[in-house]
Design a protein around this ligand. Structure first.
Ligand SMILES: Nc1ncnc2c1ncn2[C@@H]1O[C@H](COP(=O)(O)OP(=O)(O)OP(=O)(O)O)[C@@H](O)[C@H]1O
Ligand SMILES: [Mg+2]
Length: 452
């Protein structure tokens, strides 16, 4: 009777007539919800409940008890059952309970994602830009958004690849689905596989419950594979298979899962060179670059600089609770002449500093601190003149105390990092050791100083 009611409502039902059969069904059928009787020929429903919750702590279990079995029901609820049904079961009530349980489970998954989204969106960034070079790229993005094609976003560090990926999702028909981001460079290679594909309980020491991977969580939405150029070769093979077949298995699992996911990947590496060097699979490269979109560096879209600068000034004033500030014409001019090796991120950081340090209503050019190294610290002697023997006279002491310390500190840091880069050939682990920084700290300094 239960099967009939549930199937009529569109659910797939797997039956088990004993505890042993239930255990097998839990393993093989991977249900979304479990309905169990309390008395079973070879055990009881509480054992089913325990097994189910062990396999997946979010799996809803509803226990059926004989009329009057209140004690049993209470015990089941204490053990983690979602609810209980008194027998004889009322079909309408059963359906109501099942729908509610399935919704709760979906919401629990969505909740994980929403929390991350929220954290990522504080002060939801808008895509700013009017330069024809940017407008052209936006038009490409708009066209790609109308399809499910895999998009590969290319561009220097700080050009806005992540922002473009989010915008693509927002423009697509998947906008109501999840946007799930994975930074392939930030997660250690050993954890990346379980992060992407999830794992089954018992897949490895410490895997005490099943965990869904990012591919599963992105179902009906967009999966953003950031820094794809850093993906280790063995994982490249696995990703290729998902792209080709939309199927995968959890780590330690045998069941094949099917997902409906649109992939957007990004990298600031030269993938063509990586393919030539056999560090990146050519077949994966072709799969990913169905629609390649290259975001031009900020220096190639000068029209965007004043707009972005004003937008950031406004945003940081609001964030920092400061009265509105203006950029002087000289400041705008200096911003437009600078080359922005760290692109929009560097501009954003530069404006944030200027807003913090500003003391009047106007941000002047000198407060932006834009002289390229090494002139900011030590100006070269005029041609034909001997170098000044007093090093202090070569340090630019104009501006406030904060201006000077910041300018000098920045230049010293830049020098030190450049030296370390040259000495280690860019080996991050050795650089961290030498500089006494964490990998994260180092990456952010390099980005900040436009040395990436
Ligand atoms: N056109 C834009 N309008 C507004 N903000 C932008 C724009 N482009 C970039 N930004 C901002 O600049 C910062 C850097 O952008 P993002 O993180 O997307 O760059 P990225 O290309 O992913 O860099 P990386 O390669 O270093 O990861 C972000 O804070 C982003 O919101
Ligand atoms: Mg990025």
């Amino acid at each position: 009777m239960l099967r009939e009611v549930l199937e009529t409502a569109g659910h797939a039902v797997v039956e088990a007539d004993s505890l042993a059969a239930a255990r097998q069904a839990l393993r093989e059928a991977r249900p979304e919800l479990v309905l169990t009787d309390l008395r079973l020929p070879d055990g009881d429903g509480l054992a089913v409940l325990n097994d189910a919750r062990d396999a997946d702590s979010t799996l809803p279990v509803v226990v059926m008890t004989a009329y009057g079995g209140v004690q049993d029901a209470v015990a089941a609820m204490k053990a983690g059952a979602l609810d209980f049904l008194a027998k004889p079961v009322d079909p309408d009530y059963l359906l109501l309970l099942v729908e509610r349980a399935l919704t709760a489970r979906r919401l629990a998954n969505e909740n994980i994602l929403l929390k991350e989204e929220l954290a990522a969106r504080r002060g939801a960034p808008r895509l700013i830009g009017e330069d024809p070079a940017l407008r052209r790229v936006l038009a490409e993005l708009q066209r790609a958004a109308g399809t499910d094609a895999t998009v590969l976003l290319l561009g220097e560090s700080g050009t806005g690849k992540e922002l473009f990926a989010r915008t693509l999702h927002a423009l697509s028909r998947r906008v109501d689905g999840p946007f799930v981001a994975v930074n392939c460079a930030a997660i250690p290679a050993t954890l990346l596989e379980t992060e992407l594909f999830g794992y089954e309980k018992g897949a490895f020491t410490g895997a005490t419950a099943r965990k869904p991977g990012r591919f599963e969580l992105a179902h009906r939405g967009t999966l953003f594979l950031d820094e794809i150029g850093d993906l280790p070769l063995p994982l490249q093979a696995k990703i290729l298979r998902v792209l080709e077949e939309h199927r995968f298995e959890r780590v330690g699992g045998t069941a094949t899962l099917q997902v409906d996911v649109r992939i957007v990947a990004a990298t600031n590496r030269n993938l063509t060179a990586a393919v030539a060097a056999r560090a990146f699979r050519e077949d994966l490269f072709f799969r990913l670059s169905v629609v390649p979109i290259t975001i031009p560096p900020l220096r190639d879209r000068p029209g965007d600089v004043p707009m972005l600068a004003r937008y950031f000034v406004e945003r940081f004033c609001r964030d920092l609770n400061r009265p509105p500030l203006m950029l002087s014409p000289d400041a705008i001019d200096a911003l437009q002449r600078y080359r922005w090796p760290g692109n929009v991120r560097e501009l954003q950081n530069c404006i944030e500093r200027a807003v913090i340090l500003a003391d009047g209503h106007v941000i002047e050019a000198r407060q932006l601190n834009l002289q390229p190294a090494p002139a900011a610290v030590a100006a070269a002697p005029p041609a034909g003149e001997p170098a000044d023997p007093d090093p202090w006279s070569r340090i630019d002491l104009s501006g406030t105390l904060a201006d000077v310390s910041q300018r000098v500190l920045r230049e010293v840091e830049r020098r030190k990092l450049q030296l370390a880069l040259a000495r280690t050939g860019g080996d991050r682990a050795r650089m961290c050791e030498e500089l006494g920084t964490t990998a994260k700290g180092l990456a952010s300094r390099l980005r900040d100083l436009g040395l990436e």
